[in-house]
Design a protein around this ligand. Structure first.
Ligand code: UDX
Ligand code: UDX
Length: 431
């Protein structure tokens, strides 16, 4: 099938590449000229495991193309996905200006029947507006709108696309349903076909529910810490109950990233605007904000005065296997440390280029050991698997004081204490 994807960010680029891998001819469109120029040279703007190879393969096999030329992309395609960003506005609402802009452009260039599919996370009822704007800008050509939310975790986005738990299709015509089911059939995943409003809500509800799970376990972790219980064991014991499930029960510094913070906030706003009470999500946000403060307090607890202290931070990306810094807890922690007069040395395997722009006063180091050397304490914020392989005895030698604040419970507390570290973690017994 000939398809176009508008917006080659994390979602658009991964989706477009995977659709090409499934045998479709895909044109990816973006209004960022430099991005398209780079992609046409094989330079990938983001780090996502496996993506570079898959883009190269599908370009070579002439199934994947990158362009700024929206007109040709629309004319040549039967299905057009919208995957531009929907960042939060100051009041928490999702900013839909890019969606509106793209809807207008797509409408203007439609030469025959198309299905226009919203993939970005949008508030319920956005598709109604997309349809309205498209009709306003093109009275002649028949088209359908649809909603197909993405559930791609950064760091495992290709795997998530190719082996999804489910595909959700919000449609309002049989013609659109048939086309989209055909596109997704090769994945052999359960397909939930519903109306457009339900599909839009499935996305917000899923992300808000997962965020709730994380805040719930973090709140439990804080109780554990007061009574000598172990959150890892508590989560294991809870998670083995199939009704609860073990994923997204990892206590730590709380959620970040491009989706959970924004989607929880947007869902609260939508519910409010519809006159529905959804205060449970306000608590989810509160717990998440507190969790960052809690980690900061642990640093203070370990060092007392932070002024002039040297702190080594490991991990800046909001999670491992990505270079994404959107709502990354490390940014907040580093800002808090610097506000107290501390000097931060840091290392992240993939996120440093971008981090340098956001954190101009941080001393970025070429590896983890360099970042730790001579520091008063080490703070681990992102659980990159390679950090687990670091030599603890070497870390101890390099630090000025053997203090480790582990915001992801990455290390074994008994081992850390045996080695003589003052070790601070989340929700585990002190000894
Ligand atoms: C996506 C979704 O769109 C967002 O709603 C979801 O919640 C998270 O994932 P993401 O792919 O991460 O966003 O966004 P980003 O990496 O910012 O990429 C958006 C792309 O769209 C950029 O390359 C940008 O240049 C492009 N764009 C933006 C356009 O091509 N046209 C526009 O008008 C605006
Ligand atoms: C999320 C959704 O999971 C995905 O379906 C899609 O909608 C995009 O948004 P992403 O933000 O890429 O994916 O990563 P995810 O693995 O969901 O992690 C989000 C945040 O939660 C990270 O900061 C992570 O560190 C944190 N997290 C996750 C926890 O703190 N504990 C957990 O148990 C799981």
């Amino acid at each position: 099938m000939n398809i176009a994807i508008v917006g080659t960010g994390y979602v658009g680029l991964v989706s477009g590449t995977c659709f090409a891998e499934l045998g479709n001819t895909v044109i990816c469109v973006d209004n960022n000229a430099k991005k398209i120029e780079d992609l046409n040279k094989g330079i990938i703007p983001i780090y996502e495991p496996g993506l570079e190879e898959l883009v190269a393969k599908n370009r070579k096999e002439k199934r994947l193309f990158f362009t700024n030329d929206m007109k040709t992309a629309v004319e040549k395609s039967k299905v057009i996905f919208i995957a531009v960003g929907t960042p939060p506005k100051l009041d928490g609402d999702a900013d839909l200006k890019y969606i509106e802009q793209v809807s207008r452009d797509v409408a203007r260039y439609m030469n025959n029947y198309k299905v226009v599919v919203e993939k970005s996370t949008v508030p319920v009822q956005t598709n109604k507006w997309v349809k309205y704007i498209m009709r306003l800008n093109n009275h002649k050509v028949d088209f359908d709108v649809a909603s197909n939310p993405e559930f791609l975790k950064e760091g495992s986005a290709i795997e998530d696309f190719m082996h999804p738990d489910r595909v959700v299709l919000g449609v309002e015509s049989e013609k659109a349903r048939k086309l989209l089911v055909k596109l997704y059939e090769p994945l052999k995943a359960p397909i939930v076909v519903t109306n457009i409003q339900s599909a839009e809500i499935i996305k917000h509800a899923s992300n808000s529910f997962l965020a709730t799970k994380i805040s719930f376990i973090n709140a439990v972790a804080n109780v554990c810490e007061q009574v000598g219980a172990d959150i890892e064991k508590v989560a294991e014991g809870m998670g083995l109950d199939k009704r609860i499930g073990s994923s997204f029960l990892k206590a730590g510094i709380g959620y970040g990233g491009s989706c959970f913070p924004k989607d929880v906030q947007a869902f609260i706003r939508i519910a409010q605007s519809l006159g529905c009470n959804f205060d449970i999500l306000k608590e989810v946000e509160k717990v998440n904000e507190n969790q960052r403060k809690l980690v900061f307090k642990k640093i203070e607890q370990a060092l007392w005065i932070l002024n002039d202290k040297k702190i080594g931070v490991l991990g800046i990306a909001f999670k491992p296997n990505t270079d994404d810094l959107r709502s990354a807890p490390a940014i907040d922690i580093i800002n808090m440390l610097e506000a107290e007069g501390a000097h931060v040395k840091a290392f992240d395997p993939k996120a440093m280029a971008h981090a340098k722009e956001l954190l101009p006063n941080v001393d970025f180091c070429k590896n983890a050991y360099e970042a730790i050397k001579g520091c008063d304490a080490l703070v681990l914020i992102t659980e990159w698997p390679e950090f687990k392989k670091l030599s603890l005895t070497k870390i101890k030698k390099l630090l000025k004081h053997p203090i480790v604040i582990d915001a992801r419970n990455m290390f074994d507390p008994a081992k850390m204490r045996k080695l003589g570290f003052k070790y601070f973690d989340i929700g585990r017994p002190k000894a």
